[in-house]
Design a protein around this ligand. Structure first.
Ligand code: CO
Length: 146
């Protein structure tokens, strides 16, 4: 009996970094590190404002909470600033999410939801992924952000 291979996760799309102060984070990554700001936007579903920098093949997304009770607000209160999640690009987020659940991983989402830049996203619980919060993201058909 053979098994269908699990759908592979694509290249790393972005790394999410929780920051307490978005302007301070933008100054560090933009003015001091010298990275290019790719986009900045609110993501109401996550209760964050995102400033994304070009990390060369992947983005570094600074995540500042717009609500102390939101996921980033709670993360910073508990653990302080720092790396929050790693996001992998996938072709079909619903299929990959179902496959990961079938493989026994605990997910934070039963179904994909809207993420930054028109992507469809879902999250895998850190307890199922070696202590790392993992996001999978399907870009919009027209490509979304550069
Ligand atoms: Co993300």
């Amino acid at each position: 009996m053979t098994h269908d291979p699990l759908p592979h996760l694509g290249p790393v799309d972005h790394i999410g970094i929780a920051v307490a102060d978005l302007e301070a984070g933008k100054r560090l990554y933009g003015e001091i590190f010298g990275l290019r700001l790719v986009f900045e936007e609110d993501v109401p579903t996550e209760r964050v404002r995102v400033a994304a920098f070009d990390g060369g093949g992947l983005r570094l997304e600074l995540l500042a909470s717009t609500d102390p009770d939101g996921p980033i607000g709670r993360f910073i209160a508990k653990r302080g600033e720092g790396i929050h999640h790693v996001c992998y690009r996938v072709d079909d987020v619903a299929t990959v999410l179902a496959a990961l659940k079938a493989a026994g991983l605990t997910t934070l989402d039963d179904a994909p939801r809207p993420g930054a830049g028109g992507c469809r996203v879902a999250f895998i619980h850190p307890k199922s992924a070696g202590g790392v919060l993992v996001e999978i993201s399907q870009p919009p058909a027209e490509g979304g952000h550069a």
